[in-house]
Structures are given as structure tokens and as C-alpha cells.
Design a protein around this ligand. Structure first.
Ligand SMILES: Nc1ncnc2c1ncn2[C@@H]1O[C@H](COP(=O)(O)OP(=O)(O)OP(=O)(O)O)[C@@H](O)[C@H]1O
Ligand SMILES: O=c1[nH]c(=O)c2[nH+]cn([C@@H]3O[C@H](COP(=O)(O)O)[C@@H](O)[C@H]3O)c2[nH]1
Ligand SMILES: NC(=O)CC[C@H](N)C(=O)O
Ligand SMILES: [Mg+2]
Length: 531
């Protein structure tokens, strides 16, 4: 058996690479390209140009970044990239890098622009700006500016303070803009990006989630052959879609394993057992592993340690389940060497496994995996964003209740108790969470809210007065957020009446809780979960 993760996501023929210079928005650029129905992948700026070209990209986008192109040690890109014939589009830092690498001038002329800025397009018929207005609103975020374009380039736009805000060299298929076309505040940003892809690079917009289904089904069939696979099924969207995809590929050779680790919300296990099986007809094995997880977590309050423990225990339980399935089927150990997980692109990126990005937190299914894992992983959604996964789910015919469910993290309530995780604390949090969910659902807010973690600050106490007596209890935090893909998020403006009702009910109905607070932090700077 091998622990290698085979690349399940062989890029389709028309791939666009997004080179990440440490941008806040690299994921967003990749998403926007896919919205234009062209497949895209993010690569780190440290990847040698030959390696990028070996992926046969149809086009390359250079992202923004925090550095100054002229600063010592700033990330660069080999000039060969611009001479390779592959169309390139630079945005912000990427634009500045293209300018300096090819002989233009970038410096700090004091012309800072942050936020909404009017862009004056001087060549509205150019490849990028065709059909867009002569004045348009764009989103800027820079301190350096290009004062002279490289030879052979036509300047196509400017702003009040920046003479060269966009340029292009059609002959060499090189394009650049100082602003961020990927953010929605740039009013014609998507159009400009599509012009680059379709007109500049000549790519046909034909990537859809249907391609993903067909490709993955074929790949999984080939990989698994006549062997058996198990799938970690949580009742969440990602594992439901992964399971449906694998089931389509290998049918009854798949058994799903639901781990009840005692960190689930109220009613969750029953729901998976009943509704999920009814909707999909999948073979399901439910493992009660509460004692095991709680014993492993005893005395631990550090978030990363919790995550690593949970990741490890998950795998140990899967191994045990595998052994049982082997025994039941009379098969050999080799025959169930595959573990299917519903890992998504953001899980990978946040675990620092994406593009040399920082490790923000170890998602239990990626950065939290133990080193001695012996399964061969099948992660058909590893390169997809949540909304794309939902589309794949729809295509596979999964019911709306499953496809539109709010996300719930694998480590469950274990990372929503700030402090040590104990059975008593879990029971308390489960009650508070059930009340919050019930009221948000009753208010019809399920679809407008991405998810609403309910967090217990177990190590914090505050004074309260209940029934004329003094209490010294714990606060519960409500963290409702809106998001497109969990990479960025804003706090949801839940109506006051709904919040009031939740607060009253939690403090009345849940013992030891005498305060409810609302988290009004976006991501960044906060993450969605507290740990
Ligand atoms: N209780 C569980 N039992 C078995 N596998 C699980 C469990 N919780 C998580 N997993 C595995 O870990 C993966 C990642 O969890 P994650 O919460 O990101 O996805 P999900 O639960 O499938 O979907 P969602 O993000 O919508 O909650 C799942 O796809 C699944 O394979
Ligand atoms: O399966 C998971 N395993 C994990 O370890 C994990 N950590 C966070 N999340 C979910 O990921 C999204 C982003 O969360 P953060 O902003 O807290 O990083 C949110 O949707 C979180 O609920 C996880 N899901
Ligand atoms: N957002 C960016 O890419 C900024 C580029 C560069 N750091 C500047 O300030 O001009
Ligand atoms: Mg989940």
C-alpha cells in the first residue's frame, strides 16, 4: 500500500495558470477564470518557468502581491516566460513585474490608490477593453506605479495619477492592468478578464462541471479497478458529492463510513443514518467513536493540537472500519486500500499545501492527517471550490437539501469550544447550537447565511444575574457569516429580532450560559471558525 496522493486532478487541455505572488486574491482570480468557463490552477511564483510551461498552459495570469518590484528579494519571474509565446496577463504586481522585466519603468511616485478609482480608457477598441466604457470604475490597491510602458506596448488606460494603468502588446500576446479586475468592485473586470482569455489567448469557454464528472469517473474507475474503496461520509456537501461521484464510478465496490466522534451537532447522526441513505441508497457503516475521540482530546486546549489529534483519530477509525469491511467481504487488505475524502481546494490552500502559502490552520483531512497513513487517497474535488462542488452535486442528481447544506467542519464542535473539550461542555454547546440553528432556519436565513458557528468560550466566565441571583457563567459566541467560497467572508447582518430571540432562548434554556455575544469580524482578519 502506498501513502502517495495520486493527482486526481489532471488538468484539462485548456488550463490557465495563475501565478501567485502572495496575493490576497489569487483564489479569486482562479474562480473568475473558471466562471468564464476556462479551467484554472494556482501555482507559486517560486515555480521555475520551465515547470510552468511543462504544464502546457494556454495562458498565464500573474497575480498581485505585497512586494515592490524594485525591492531587494522581491519575487520575480524569468524573462523567458514573456518570450515563450504563451499569452500572459499581469494584474497589479504582475503588471508591474511585466513592465520592469521588459524594460519599462515602475517606481514609487507617491501616487497611491486604494479602493474605488475611475479608470480612463484611451483605447476602447483594444483587446482587453473592447465594448467597455471610456470611463469605468476599478478597484486599485497599490503604492508603486508604471510611468513608462516597455517598448512595443500600447498604453490603453490611465487614471488621474497613474499615466500607465493598462497596456497591451497584441503581437506578443502580453497584457496588463494596474488594477484588480477579479474583484467585483471593478465594474467591467470580468469582461476584461474574458477578453484576455477569449480574444487575447483564443481559448474556447468550454470547461464545465460536466467535464469534471466525466473525467473523475473515468479516472476513479481506472485507479480502483476491481478493488474496494471506503468514503468518509459526514452528511456534509463535499463528502456527499465525492461519494456520489465515486459511486457512479465503482458502484457497490464503495462503502461509506460515518464517524460519530461525539463532536457532532444535535440530531446529526440520526439525520445521516436516515435521510442520507434514503436519498442516495449508499452502503453506510456508522462507527461510534465518541469515547475514543474524547479520551484522545482530554486535557488539550491548543487548537492545532486538537486538529492533529482529530485528523489522526479519523484515520485510525477508518482503518478499523476497513478491517471490518475486509472481514465481512472476505477480501484481502489490499482490496480496500482506497479512502475517498471530500477535500476541497480551500482546505488544501489553508493547510498551506496549496502554493507555498502560509499554514493558517490544519484542516483535519489535509494538514491534520497523520504521517503513517496507509490509504491511497481519492479526492476528486481537491481542485474545486464549494459552489463548483454544489454544481457537480446537482449534476449527479443529489437532492437540494444535501447540495445546499451549510458547511460543518470535520473536527466539529471540538474546534468550537475554546478550551478543553469535555462531554459536559459538548452537551452544553450542542444545546446552544441547536437553538441558534432552529431560530435561523425559522427566520428563513439558511440560504443567505453561509454558516453560523456557535462557539463556547469555556475558559471565560463573566458575572450575570439570573432569577435575582448572581451567576458566573460562560459566554456563547454567534458567528454568522456570508461567503462565496469560505476563503473570504463577512459577518452576516442578521436582523436584531432574530438575534434577540436566540440570545434569550440560549440564556434561558442552556445551563451555565449567561451571556451571548455576536462576532462582527470579517475574514480576513478573523477566520470563520475560532480555532
Ligand atoms: N463525521 C465524519 N465521518 C466521516 N468522514 C468525515 C466526517 N467528517 C468529515 N469527514 C471527512 O472529511 C472531509 C472534509 O470534511 P468537510 O467538513 O470539509 O466536508 P463535508 O463535511 O463533506 O462537507 P461540508 O464542508 O459541507 O461540511 C469530508 O468530506 C469527509 O470525507
Ligand atoms: O472539514 C473541515 N475540516 C477542518 O479541519 C476545518 N476547519 C475549518 N473548516 C471549514 O472551512 C471553512 C473555512 O474555515 P476557517 O475560515 O475557519 O478557516 C469553514 O467553512 C469551516 O467550517 C474545516 N472543515
Ligand atoms: N496589490 C498589489 O499587487 C500591489 C503591488 C505593489 N506592492 C504596490 O504597492 O504597488
Ligand atoms: Mg463537514
Amino acid at each position: 500500500m502506498s501513502s502517495a496522493t495520486p493527482d486526481h486532478s489532471v488538468p484539462p487541455a485548456d488550463t490557465v495558470l495563475v501565478v501567485d505572488f502572495g496575493a490576497q486574491y489569487a483564489q479569486l482570480i482562479a474562480r473568475r477564470v473558471r466562471e468564464a468557463r476556462v479551467y484554472s490552477e494556482i501555482v507559486p511564483s517560486t515555480m521555475p518557468v520551465e515547470e510552468m510551461l511543462a504544464k502546457n498552459p494556454r495562458a498565464i495570469i500573474l497575480s498581485g502581491g505585497p512586494s515592490s518590484v524594485y525591492a531587494e528579494g522581491a519575487p520575480t519571474v524569468d524573462r523567458a516566460l514573456f518570450e515563450s509565446g504563451v499569452p500572459v496577463f499581469g494584474m497589479c504586481y504582475g503588471f508591474q513585474l511585466m513592465a520592469t522585466t521588459l524594460g519599462g519603468t515602475v517606481d514609487d511616485n507617491g501616487a497611491r490608490e486604494y479602493g474605488r478609482t475611475p479608470l480612463l480608457v484611451s483605447k476602447t477598441g483594444s483587446t482587453l477593453f473592447e465594448g467597455t466604457p471610456a470611463e469605468q470604475s476599478v478597484w486599485m490597491s497599490h503604492g508603486d506605479a508604471c510611468s513608462a510602458a516597455p517598448e512595443g506596448f500600447t498604453v490603453t488606460a490611465s487614471t488621474d495619477v497613474v499615466p500607465v494603468a493598462a497596456f497591451e502588446n497584441d503581437e506578443k500576446k502580453l497584457y496588463g492592468v494596474q488594477y484588480h479586475p477579479e474583484v467585483m468592485h471593478s465594474t467591467h473586470g470580468q469582461q476584461v478578464l474574458e477578453h484576455f482569455l477569449y480574444r487575447g489567448a483564443g481559448i474556447e469557454p468550454n470547461w464545465t462541471t460536466t467535464n469534471v464528472v466525466e473525467e473523475q469517473v473515468a479516472l476513479i474507475r481506472e485507479q480502483v479497478g476491481s478493488k474496494r474503496a471506503i468514503c468518509g461520509l459526514s452528511g456534509g456537501v463535499d463528502s456527499a458529492v465525492a461519494a456520489a461521484l465515486v459511486q457512479k464510478a465503482i458502484g457497490s465496490q464503495l462503502t461509506c463510513v460515518y464517524v460519530d466522534h461525539g463532536l457532532m451537532r444535535k440530531g446529526e447522526t440520526e439525520q445521516v443514518e436516515k435521510d442520507f441513505v434514503a436519498a442516495t441508497g449508499i452502503q453506510l457503516k456508522v462507527v461510534d467513536a465518541e469515547e475514543r475521540f474524547l479520551a484522545a482530546l482530554a486535557g488539550v486546549s491548543d487548537p492545532e493540537t486538537k486538529r492533529k489529534i482529530i485528523g489522526r483519530e479519523f484515520i485510525r477509525v477508518f482503518e478499523q472500519a476497513q478491517a471490518e469491511i475486509v472481514a465481512e467481504a472476505g477480501a484481502s487488505g489490499e482490496d480496500v486500500a482506497f479512502l475517498v475524502q471530500g477535500t476541497l481546494y480551500p482546505d488544501v490552500v489553508e493547510s498551506g499545501g496549496g502554493t507555498g502559502t502560509a499554514n493558517i490552520k490544519s484542516h483535519h483531512n489535509v494538514g491534520g492527517l497523520p504521517d503513517d497513513i496507509e490509504f491511497e487517497l481519492i479526492e476528486p474535488l481537491r481542485k474545486l471550490f464549494k459552489d463548483e462542488v454544489r454544481m457537480v452535486g446537482q449534476e449527479l442528481g443529489l437532492p437540494e437539501e444535501i447540495v445546499q447544506r451549510q458547511p460543518f467542519p470535520g473536527p466539529g464542535l471540538g474546534i468550537r469550544i475554546v478550551g478543553e473539550v469535555t462531554k459536559e461542555r459538548l452537551d452544553l454547546l450542542r444545546e446552544a447550537d441547536a437553538i441558534a440553528r432552529e431560530e435561523l432556519t425559522a427566520a428563513g436565513l439558511d440560504r443567505s447565511i453561509w454558516q453560523c458557528p456557535v462557539v463556547l468560550l469555556a475558559d471565560v466566565r463573566s458575572v450575570g444575574v439570573q432569577g435575582d441571583g448572581r451567576t458566573y457563567g460562560h459566554p456563547i459566541v454567534l458567528r454568522p457569516v456570508s461567503s462565496e467560497d469560505a476563503m473570504t467572508a463577512d459577518w452576516s447582518r442578521v436582523p436584531y429580532e432574530v438575534l434577540a430571540k436566540i440570545s434569550t432562548r440560549i440564556t434561558n434554556e442552556v445551563d451555565e450560559v449567561n451571556r451571548v455575544v455576536l462576532d462582527v469580524t470579517s475574514k480576513p482578519p478573523g477566520t470563520i471558525e475560532w480555532e
